[in-house]
Design a protein around this ligand. Structure first.
Ligand code: N01
Length: 505
């Protein structure tokens, strides 16, 4: 075994572990904590230098969560939150603290990426190549996350830009923005948090909007001392907040999935937000969306519209033609010169690089298998042809209305149950039956047709290149949890223990 330290596992990799986890974000950390509690030998590999995943990588000014703090935290580890919507540094500190207190940090290998993982049927293991050496694992878990791989815009000339340029998720804190001419491309969740902060320091700010988003008021508040103390010390109080927020959010679900017109009142609120934040009538028109609310991620901000309305900001809605060494040229031929370019253009959500590196029973990678019908899994967690492979935050597990931590805990519970069932029955491997997976996805996509994501008249990162929504869960989250409440062996193809090479299907 290697030496361990506060910064993670520091020695050479072991030859074999029970469970290898890719990614040290909310998902990977929950897997490590819960499986360690179960007495399993777990190792988590992450290319970053600490836990946190997206909350480690997104350090842009203004970064904060738009899901309330009590819900955006583990049910088994209440946080000490300063406000109702936690800023990024608090979430990162929370995850660091949970990792340290749970005593699992020595199970994390940082600065290491998984380059290739191949199921070896004869040995009944995953053979894994990492940037730090090889190892095998009985079970492979991907917690790589859907919003981890920055997507740069495919705009002519972008490589020739001569000033500073960086993606929102790779913020360059060494770049001094004071008084500079800055441009932001994108008006998604990241951009609308960045823009108000940039507007305060930049000499001039250009915001390039391709599609106007719906932005609701942000009902954020600092917890007064007494309330914060009570939340920290009164038993059950955080759970009460959590439960109230959870059910409040679940009531939105029908509006997105069954009767999109139920979301109309939210549109009115968003229009009010525009009217309050912007005085210029032309600008109001430019920021008014032309699709149904909910079709794209609904954003929340009180600061975004006033920042657009400020004298040093220009909202540019003309299509970007190309980027030059000194600026950005739009379709009308105008060139706006800039010193710094921030690309807040999102992530590879339906074409994640990890899918190319995980190779299943028939020698095909996840990316190959998913090429034809888009990314698919059984219950968003396991994939036919990929024995002993589990995804935490897999296809169709994302949410537009509630907390991913709820989904993560549901999937971790399912994984734990699967491992118990495997141990009890001496199964060497489990993998979902293709018909069970197909049936589950057919029902899911049937339901998806009626949702605002399909009918709302917008494009978004929820959809893949063929317009299929392979990222979101289209129902209430408790139905997701119910479906994963126990490992349903009947939907699985199982093999006996190795060294029984024939297996017992
Ligand atoms: O990325 P996005 P994001 N030319 O993909 C535009 C979570 N999150 O990083 O709408 C010009 O949503 C693109 O335009 P359009 C949350 O789940 C949460 O902002 O496609 N523009 C869009 O405006 C969120 O949904 C939090 O027309 C281009 C923007 O770039 C998810 O992460 C905070 C372009 C991309 O928006 C992703 O959010 C941050 C091009 N070539 C993120 N390409 C909170 O909890 C793209 N765009 C608060």
């Amino acid at each position: 075994a290697g030496a361990t330290g506060p910064q993670g596992y520091a020695g050479p990799l072991p030859d074999h572990v029970d469970v290898l986890v890719i990614g040290a974000g909310f998902a990977g950390l929950a897997v490590a904590i819960k499986l360690t509690e179960d007495g399993r030998d777990v190792l988590v590999v992450d290319k970053g230098d600490s836990v946190g995943g997206t909350w480690r990588d997104n350090t842009y000014p203004g970064a904060a969560c738009d899901v309330p703090s009590q819900l955006y935290s583990y049910s088994f580890a209440p946080g000490d939150w300063s406000r109702s919507f936690s800023p990024q540094p608090e979430i990162k500190a929370y995850l660091d603290r949970v990792a340290a207190r749970s005593g699992v940090l020595d199970r994390f290998v940082f600065g290491t990426s998984v380059e290739h993982a191949q199921w070896e049927a004869d040995r009944g293991v995953w053979a894994v190549r990492t940037s730090r050496g090889d190892l095998t694992a009985d079970v492979l878990v991907s917690g790589a996350g859907g919003l981890s791989e920055p997507k740069l815009p495919d705009i002519a000339g972008i490589d020739d830009f001569g000033g500073e340029i960086f993606h929102s998720a790779r913020w360059d804190h060494d770049t001094d923005l004071a008084g500079k001419r800055v441009a932001v491309i994108g008006t998604g969740a990241s951009a609308i948090q960045i823009v108000p902060e940039l507007q305060k320091v930049a000499g001039h700010l250009d915001v390039y909007q391709r599609t106007a988003p719906w932005v609701l008021p942000r009902h954020d508040r600092t917890y007064p001392g007494l309330e914060r103390l009570a939340l920290r010390s009164v038993p059950g109080l955080q759970r009460l907040y959590r439960t109230a927020i959870y059910w409040g959010r679940e009531t939105y679900v029908p509006a997105f999935t069954l009767v999109p017109d139920l979301a109309k009142p939210a549109e009115l609120l968003a229009r009010g937000n525009i009217a309050r934040g912007i005085s210029d009538p032309d600008l109001r028109t430019k920021v008014t969306p032309d699709f149904k609310i909910g079709c794209k991620r609904i954003l929340i901000s009180n600061a975004y519209y006033p920042a657009l309305d400020a004298d040093n900001t220009e909202l540019v809605t003309d299509r970007i033609e190309r980027i030059t060494p000194t600026g950005i040229v739009t379709a009308d031929g105008t060139e706006r010169e800039i010193d710094v370019l921030v690309v807040a253009t999102g992530f590879h959500t339906t074409d994640q690089p990890i899918a190319h590196h995980v190779v299943g029973r028939e020698g095909r990678s996840l990316a190959d298998v998913w090429r034809e019908h888009g990314q698919q899994a059984y219950r968003g967690t396991t994939v036919a042809g990929f024995p002993n492979f589990f995804q935490v935050v897999g296809p169709n597990t994302g949410l537009g209305h509630s907390s991913m931590v709820f989904i993560i805990e549901s999937q971790v519970a399912y994984l734990r149950d699967a491992l118990r069932v495997m141990a009890r029955n001496s199964y060497g491997s489990v993998e979902p039956r293709q018909d069970a997976q197909d049936d589950w996805n057919a029902r899911l996509h049937q339901r998806m047709r009626r949702t605002v994501w399909s009918t709302g008249g917008c494009a978004s990162w929820y959809l893949d290149e063929h317009g299929r929504n392979t990222t979101l869960w289209p129902r209430a989250t408790f139905t997701f949890r119910l479906g994963l409440s126990r490992f349903d062996t009947r939907a699985y193809r199982v093999t006996g223990p190795v060294p029984d090479p024939g297996g017992a299907e």
